[in-house]
Design a protein around this ligand. Sequence first.
Ligand SMILES: [Fe+2]
Ligand SMILES: [Fe+2]
Length: 262
Amino acid sequence: MKILFLADVVGKSGRAALSKYLPLLKQEYQIDFVIVNGENSAHGKGITMRIYNAFKTYGVDCITLGNHAFSKREILDHLDECADLAYPNNHPLTPAHQGIRTYGFDGVKLHVVNVLGKSFMSPEPVVSPFELMDQFLSTISSEDMVFVDFHGETTAEKRAFFECYKQNCIAVVGTHTHVQTADEMVDEGCAFISDAGMVGPYQSVLGREIKQCIIMMKENVSLRYRVSEAEAMVCGVVITTDDTTHRAIAIERIQIRPGESL
Ligand SMILES: [Fe+2]
Ligand SMILES: [Fe+2]
């Protein structure tokens, strides 16, 4: 089985890149299941019903989120309609015991889990990702496949989480920094990368308009978030699982910059 994970889709150019490249990636890698992080898809912060529905028409199977999960509050009124939205279980606004999405593949369950890290994160998660994971694992079969989008700031926290749960998961994929790391590996049947990167404006500061970021940092002022309109890069990973053991056997990084082809 091949799972394509694409990292944080940022703004309009990120959404355009997703609609353009997703069909090509699915065909090129013979993808069975697509997970996309959409926490920055609506003007850089949050997601809306319109964007959720658009992602579904592009061919996304499950959408994960992050610290900006509910920046567009309208989505909170529509959570019942978003069966494929995996939102962070330990986000302060997440309804109790919701957010994890489960799918079936040839009699085996795949759980998509989205958690917030604690280190340098705002808003603060209500429970630690470790506590949440311990609780969740006690409710499922050890045969089930668990895919985790760990949304956090620090590489150390993500690596520690992977080391703690690699025997229970098929993948621990980091998101949030928008910068793809080169530390991908498979160990004990679990794929890992500290951060998968972003599907967002290449000429930007993590997706944000460059000039605005310079003013903010140089003059120490706070400005309203403005997403860069530059053409997007596409970052993510393809994870392969063994069809018999249902464990990960490979992880491949994807990074397509503007002007590059697959
Ligand atoms: Fe993000
Ligand atoms: Fe984030």
